[in-house]
Design a protein around this ligand. Structure first.
Ligand code: GDP
Length: 454
């Protein structure tokens, strides 16, 4: 159903002149943008780490820190101060354009980093799905404390599930933050032990060794975040700090030369006009241009564009944008609809073949299994109508044709049927629109890639 929110009319008018196609997409500061997601087991220290990093980078005012220092002292929980800072930042960003995914920004020497998602939230998986589909790279935070790494890594812990999830959704660069090193007296032996155990697992799920690095930190004490650690106990570590490691991530290829695709995340009602927001996945858009809105194929005109509250005449792949549309009947607009290039609209179908990776299932999946599809912001009931083959989880080779059911922690090729026509692409053509998650009763049961549109 269309989710239409009321919003103060705040979008400024812009000129309707067309601009030449862009060469590069970069931010105001001239630095290229990278979307980063932070994952890891509950209590690994994600909020504290990111809150402290943002503070050290000057993204949080002294006043805010002092306020929290005072409040946390009162309740005897001084160590919560940085996690609270992150919540404050979240609230602050909440006042901007409302989006499904909150974001805060910081800069490294060569990049502008958008931090996706709210790493402090305990119920992380649903947010993480939409976050991970937009992430270019990830931080996996591990608690080095004796027994804690083991808890997070074993069955039931979130370390494995989060890692599989981000990998299945195409994230291939990773920093493993071995955190709370202060709890283990900066033991090199502990660092090596965790790096080795995780390394074997990461290799198995398809991360290339060259795309993974391990950084020891203390988020709470703020050690090895932006300054090299000085204490003699840390002398064995010769690698980069956390911020320098983040700076070394490879920039993703921004598909600005492909036809325009933007998946609608939110719909707002202004006086007489409607605006939609979301991320431009491929291509670019200009004020004054016509766009086709799929799957219904209506044509609308872009009246204005806003990026980070600033009015623009052009916006490129990789940016979150708010778009005011005219000529459109909004009753027919839904979250999950796609704004496309008029000449090259996105394929629309109600049946596709996909390669899926199954996580922890309670019941095995059989033919006719009803399930919920999440594809970017689209959420729709679907049915798995055919089990074509079971695959080897790591190598992908066919183990069994037409299996009767699919068990947990396996991979398979299946046919999926939607209840109405939806927008989709082959993963090999446009990965953003070709990957999805399947959820059942509020639990993520599988991630998948579209290999054939039927
Ligand atoms: P999250 O659930 O992963 O976001 O974890 P939090 O940031 O909320 O931290 C969980 C707990 O671990 C809190 O009590 C923190 O004070 C504590 N903590 C976080 N980072 C560190 C650290 O570097 N060292 C120590 N000793 N404790 C930490």
């Amino acid at each position: 159903e269309p989710s239409v929110k009321q919003q103060e009319p705040k979008l400024k008018e812009t000129s309707t002149e067309k601009t030449a196609p862009p060469i590069e997409s970069s931010t105001e500061s001239g630095k290229d943008n990278l979307n980063l997601i932070v994952v890891g087991h509950v209590d690994a220290g994600k909020s504290t780490l990111m809150g402290h990093l943002l503070f050290k980078l000057g993204c949080v005012s002294k006043k805010v820190i002092q306020k929290y220092e005072h409040e946390t002292e009162k309740i005897g929980k001084q160590s919560f101060v940085y996690a609270w800072v992150l919540d404050e930042v979240e609230e602050e960003r909440g006042r901007g354009i409302t989006m499904d995914i909150g974001k805060s920004k910081f800069e490294t020497s060569s990049k502008s980093i958008t931090l996706l998602d709210a790493p402090g939230h305990k119920d992380f998986i649903p947010n993480m799905i939409s976050g991970a589909t937009q992430a270019d790279a990830a931080l996996l935070v591990i608690d080095a404390t004796a027994g804690e790494f083991e808890t997070g890594f074993e069955s039931g812990g979130q370390t494995r599930e989060h890692t599989l999830l981000i990998r299945s959704l195409g994230v291939n660069q990773l920093i493993v933050v071995i955190n709370k090193m202060d709890n283990v007296s900066w033991s090199q032996q502990r660092f090596d032990e965790i790096s080795q155990k995780l390394g074997a697992f990461l290799h198995q799920v398809g991360f290339k060794d060259a795309d993974v690095c391990y950084v020891p930190c203390s988020g709470l004490m703020g050690i090895n975040l932006i300054e090299k650690p000085k204490d003699p106990s840390t002398a064995w570590y010769k690698g980069p700090t956390l911020i320098d490691s983040i700076d070394k991530f490879n920039l993703p290829e921004r598909p600005i030369n492909k036809p325009l695709r933007m998946c609608v995340h939110d719909i707002y009602k202004n006086i007489g006009t409607y605006s939609v927001s979301g991320r431009i996945e491929t291509g670019y858009m200009n004020v004054g241009n016509k766009v086709s809105i799929q799957p219904k194929g209506e044509v609308a005109v872009i009246k204005s564009l806003t990026v980070d509250d600033v009015s623009r005449s052009t916006a490129f792949a990789g940016t979150y944008v708010s778009v005011v549309l005219t000529n459109v009947d909004v009753e027919s607009m839904c979250v999950g609809h796609v704004l496309c290039d008029l000449q090259h609209p996105i394929p629309v179908s109600n049946r596709f073949e996909a390669k899926i990776v199954l996580f922890d299932l309670i019941y095995p999946i059989t033919k006719g299994y009803p399930i919920t599809l999440h594809l970017l912001s689209l959420v729709d009931p679907v049915v798995i109508t055919k089990l074509n083959a079971q695959l080897h989880k790591v190598t992908g080779e066919v183990m069994k044709k037409n299996p009767r059911c699919l068990m947990k922690n396996t991979a398979a090729i299946v046919t999926v049927e939607t209840s109405r026509p939806i927008c989709m692409e082959l993963y090999k053509d446009v990965r953003e629109f070709g990957r999805f998650m399947l959820r059942d009763s509020g639990v993520t049961v599988a991630a998948g890639l579209i290999v054939n549109i039927l």
